[in-house]
Write a protein that binds this ligand. Sequence first.
Ligand code: HSX
Ligand code: HSX
Length: 208
Amino acid sequence: TVHVLPQTPQLIALLTIIRDKNTQRGDFIFYSNRIIRLLVEEGLNHLPVKEHEVTTPLGRAYAGVRFEGKICGVSIMRAGESMEQGLRDCCRSVRIGKILIQRDEETAQPKLFYHKLPTDIADRWVLLLDPMNATGGSASMAVQVLKEKGVAEERILFLNLIASPEGIEHFASKYPKLRVITAFIDEGLDEKNYIVPGLGDFGDRHFG
Ligand code: HSX
Ligand code: HSX
């Protein structure tokens, strides 16, 4: 299932800044971090909570809730690493796994180079991090790795800033139980399978 963040004026303003080719690295990082933070908070909203009562300083009971599960962030390198800090800002003791997948510049086919994941990942909720979902090939390969480690599809939330309709469709048909949370669905892909209008190469703009 796909969840698109509420298209608020602030979100669109943030997306406008990071899409602008004249935006320099410092601003790109600052403003994309604000969107990443929204994505993480929305992702956390999809995790189950249990009833939890506390006492306020006024001695009154408050019947609230609390999240009791365990989380692991998994970034698809290199671009996905840019989302790790936003996750840490919300979940201080979160574990982080890494999967290095590179898309062939000619064929757009993803290639898996490396992965390192916490050993207890199958017991955790996994927030898969990659800012761009173009053909969906890279993320789909990452999901395959997670499934081989015993992570159930319904425990994976894929967070990204910009998705193409093709990438979204890829996931909806291949992994119907996996949740995708995205800030924006763009027009489509160009002949080189880049998202348009997009924002260029996220990794290059963020890391240099
Ligand atoms: C949960 O992860 C809640 O938002 C908690 O606040 C957080 C875990 O807490 P910590 O890792 O910052 O100690 O989703
Ligand atoms: C970019 O290409 C992104 O960060 C992703 O890792 C990948 C998206 O392309 P696709 O595999 O969805 O076509 O480096």
